[in-house]
Design a protein around this ligand. Structure first.
Ligand code: GTP
Ligand code: ZN
Length: 205
């Protein structure tokens, strides 16, 4: 009995390393701390369920860590002779900036030049989402999408362009709404003419 009690106390007191995933209980306690930091009371009726809701929301916003992006591209198909650009436009980007944990919202355009194999277009949108739903800077998000598609599918070229607004600029700090950031990563034949100009012209329309 005493041993069991000591064990519980020991576990609770065990120092968590920075990288170890916390329990749900610890995550909810952290939200209660932030509510108090904001100046409100976590025991107030309207806030009582908020820590559990926020933790559930985190599981959605950061669900990308549980996804293996390579696996998304595992199933491919023959091109059936198609060798021109495949471009999926306006894929919604819902991410979080790693500096402020504030929302990044925008769209991604993902293009590739097939090399005998193509993937289902939903997989391109899933690939964007898998990397977006992590703590990100826009530059890394852009590169990770392009490099994964290049490495796994091995097409002749890959291009990823992201246009997004950052809530950390819109609602705090410099507090400027509507400032857009554009990033792009061109790989393989898209780095060179004629595909480079063709792609950029297509995206401008
Ligand atoms: N390059 C890049 N910067 C980003 C991104 N998201 C946010 N930032 C910037 O990251 C920077 C962090 O700079 P710090 O000076 O450490 O943070 P801060 O004091 O909150 O900066 P301010 O936002 O200028 O008040 C800020 O300039 C943000 O605008 C991103 O995706 N890419
Ligand atoms: Zn930020």
């Amino acid at each position: 009995m005493l041993d069991a009690r000591l064990q519980v106390i020991d576990t609770a007191a065990a120092p968590a390393t920075d990288d170890a995933p916390p329990s749900r209980h610890e995550a909810e306690a952290a939200i209660r701390t932030l509510i108090r930091f904001a100046g409100d009371s976590p025991s107030r009726e309207g806030l009582q369920d908020t820590p559990a809701r926020v933790v559930r929301a985190y599981e959605e916003w950061f669900g990308g860590y549980a996804i293996d992006p390579d696996k998304l591209l595992e199933r491919d198909f023959e091109t059936a002779g198609y060798d021109d650009v495949v471009l999926l436009r306006d894929i919604p980007v819902r991410s979080m900036c790693e500096h402020h944990m504030a929302a990044i919202r925008g769209v991604a355009h993902v293009a590739y030049l097939p090399n005998e194999r193509v993937v289902g277009i939903s997989k391109l949108a899933r690939l964007v989402d898998a990397y977006a739903r992590r703590l990100q800077i826009q530059e890394r998000l852009t590169c990770e999408i392009a490099e994964t598609l290049d490495r796994v599918l091995k097409p002749r070229g890959v291009a990823v362009v992201i246009r997004a607004t950052h809530e950390c600029i819109g609602s705090r700090g410099i507090a400027m709404q509507g400032v857009g950031m554009v990033t792009r990563r061109l790989v393989g034949e898209f780095e060179r003419e004629p595909w480079r100009s063709e792609l950029l012209a297509t995206l401008a329309t």
